[in-house]
Write a protein that binds this ligand. Structure first.
Ligand code: MG
Length: 382
């Protein structure tokens, strides 16, 4: 029986991973949440993990009390996340925390030679070279959970990587597809939180609305599949049925399709290379009838353009774009800046801040900090 640990167990990926785990009778060795003590304890009651961690340390006391009698060791903070990442009786670590906070646990799991099912895209955006070099050196597999990257990973199976020409990264286009900047001037937090195809946490939902999410995925794909920016074509596909595709030297395009349900890529990452029943709906092509494809609107969605630029610039630029975005999204959710200002701040951050090489975790943290400070100062001066 396979065992795995989940960082971010109360989030959308984490809860769906638990459904998959229950369907296949996996042992779940550890669970970690940011601050949702109630749900974390309910999950612990069901799964009886060995370790239970709350990332936000101020909830440690509450967790300890609520989980007493469950026989779990209670952990907190970054130390707790890292202890789970290297936990001995875990086969695979599912890292589905949101944000830069996922980077150190990822590096810790790699150091402990734990295979990683990676749903934390900021890990690769901020520390791509660091993570991929470490994984290569220790021969640790990273299985992508993001639906697009899972699709690409699936399309690469059984073919020669050296004959890959490019990839097609599909994008839903977000809730504001077809809108212009003028239309987006006065978008409210509530309007931005309403996504047509996927239901997700607030941060990633805003990232989907600004297309930052696709920008992060562009950078993530670069690292995961060792591509140059010009080998990645973004295509807007509103139905989210074709999850991405690859093109080989002979111009054969191979894609992966399925209903928009994260349980499919989650399960593939956890079960690779096995394909078993999945608690999801079958895809009926005739129910859809038509699938549509369009070019992205780079003029309206500054975040997407900034991420591609950051990817071309290399070094700390993607990390800066990501840090600026995390700070800007938090400010938007706090009603401190407008929707369009998220993209303006991300663009300005990579234009203004010095681009450096990232050779250590500390270098990544420093670049991330600089980006967040830059955004904070800009907002303070507004
Ligand atoms: Mg995705």
């Amino acid at each position: 029986m396979k065992s795995f640990a989940i960082l971010g167990s109360t989030g959308s990926i984490g809860t769906q991973a638990i459904e998959v785990a229950q369907m296949h009778g996996f042992r779940v060795t550890a669970l970690a949440a940011n601050r949702n003590v109630d749900l974390l304890v309910r999950q612990a009651r069901l799964l009886r993990p060995e370790l239970l961690c709350i990332a936000d340390e101020q909830y440690y006391g509450a967790l300890k009390e609520a989980a007493s009698g469950l026989g779990c060791r209670i952990l907190a903070g970054m130390d707790g996340l890292c202890e789970i990442a290297r936990h001995e009786s875990t086969d695979t670590l599912l890292n589905s925390v949101v944000g830069m906070v996922g980077l150190l646990p990822t590096l810790t799991a790699i150091a402990a030679k734990k295979p990683i099912a990676l749903a934390n895209k900021e890990t690769l955006v901020a520390g791509g070279a660091l993570v991929m070099d470490a994984a290569k050196e220790r021969n640790v597999p990273i299985y992508p959970v993001d639906s697009e990257h899972s699709a690409i990973f699936q399309c690469l199976q059984g073919n020669r990587r050296s004959q890959l020409k490019k990839i097609i990264l599909t994008a839903s286009g977000g809730p504001f597809f077809g809108k212009t900047k003028a239309d987006l001037q006065s978008i409210s937090v509530e309007q931005a939180l309403n996504h047509p195809n996927w239901s997700m946490g607030n941060k990633i939902t805003i990232d989907s609305a600004t297309l930052m999410n696709k920008g992060l995925e562009f950078i993530e794909a670069r690292w995961l599949f060792d591509l140059t920016p010009d080998q990645i074509e973004i295509v807007v596909h509103r139905q989210s049925v074709l999850h991405s595709a690859v093109v080989y030297a002979d111009e054969s395009m191979i894609g992966q399709m399925g209903v928009p349900d994260m349980k499919i890529p989650i399960q593939y990452a956890l079960l690779y290379p096995e394909r078993l029943d999945c608690p999801t709906k079958p895809l009926s092509l005739t129910d859809y009838g038509q699938l549509t494809f369009a070019k992205p609107d780079y003029d309206t969605f500054d975040c997407l353009t900034a991420c591609i630029r950051a990817s071309e610039l290399g070094g700390s630029a993607p990390c800066i774009a990501n840090g600026a975005n995390e700070a800007a999204v938090a400010a938007f959710l706090d009603h401190k800046i407008s929707f369009l200002q998220i993209g303006e701040l991300v663009t300005e951050s990579i234009r203004t801040l010095p681009i450096t090489q990232l050779q250590s975790y500390e270098d990544v943290v420093r670049a991330d900090r600089a980006a967040r400070d830059f955004v904070a100062e800009k907002i303070a001066g507004m």
